[in-house]
Design a binder for this molecule. Structure first.
Ligand code: ATP
Length: 219
């Protein structure tokens, strides 16, 4: 079984994540995409107010409608800073009897410029199959609401203009020609707070979960 990992904060999970996972299976022949919500992302500020368990619940709801998608809770159970390296350690053991080839690691274009800062980045690029996905340019509004930490702050404009051919860590990566959906969790949180419409930007059960739980300030 070919496995790919889609890590993220999933705050909340949205149709951009679903379409990306679908394309990884359809275009690259992966059998399963594991959606892995981070407990504490190493290079990203987590927006407070929604718990890790609630983010995981939304991912579970989203994955329940497609047998190729699996909600993987290992990073939330492990707690602390969520390093993909440690997650790969765990998943290689968990799927030892069924895993075919290397685990795929899916990266949206906002993550390209900072990948070299990931724990054991060079080893990870050899140990796994990196899968590089396109993502539309985020609006400056979304960027300012979602500032990255430390040195990442200086990289926030470089995601979409990043030249993947000049990054040696990506020399063996698969480059996905995935559909461009201009949607982000930041945008959905802002729409929820302002009373805007986001019903069709998230899987339907996730919309009900957000409304039912008054998440993101939505009343
Ligand atoms: P936020 O707005 O809070 O930063 P996000 O929308 O970027 O959240 P994440 O959970 O951080 O969502 O993303 C997880 C993974 O999915 C990352 O690899 C990211 O690049 C990718 N991704 C998110 N949205 C899209 C999209 N619309 N198209 C393609 N990839 C996406």
């Amino acid at each position: 079984m070919k496995l790919a990992v889609l890590g993220g904060s999933f705050n909340p999970v949205h149709i951009g994540h679903m379409a990306l996972a679908d394309d990884v299976c359809s275009s690259l022949g992966y059998d399963r995409v594991l959606f892995v919500p981070a407990a504490v992302p190493p290079h990203k500020e987590m927006v407070p107010g929604v718990s890790a368990e609630e983010r995981l619940s939304m991912v579970q709801i989203a994955c329940s409608t497609d047998s190729r998608f699996v909600a993987e809770s290992c990073e939330i159970e492990r707690d602390g800073v969520s390093y993909t390296w440690d997650t790969v350690d765990y998943l290689e053991k968990k799927y030892a009897s069924s895993l075919e080839g290397k685990i795929g690691i899916i990266l949206g274009s906002d993550l390209f410029a900072g990948f070299h800062l990931w724990k054991n980045a060079a080893l990870l690029a050899k140990r796994c199959n990196l899968i590089l996905a396109r993502r539309p340019e985020q609006s400056s509004f979304a960027k300012s609401a979602n500032r990255a930490l430390g040195e990442y702050a200086q990289l926030e404009n470089s995601g979409d203009s990043f030249d993947i051919s000049k990054e040696p860590l990506f020399s063996e990566a698969a480059v996905l020609d995935n559909p461009l959906l201009p949607v982000s969790s930041t945008q959905i949180r802002n729409l929820a707070l302002s009373g805007g419409g986001f019903k069709y930007l998230v899987p339907s059960g996730v919309f009900e979960y957000i409304i039912g739980g008054n998440l993101y300030g939505r009343k």
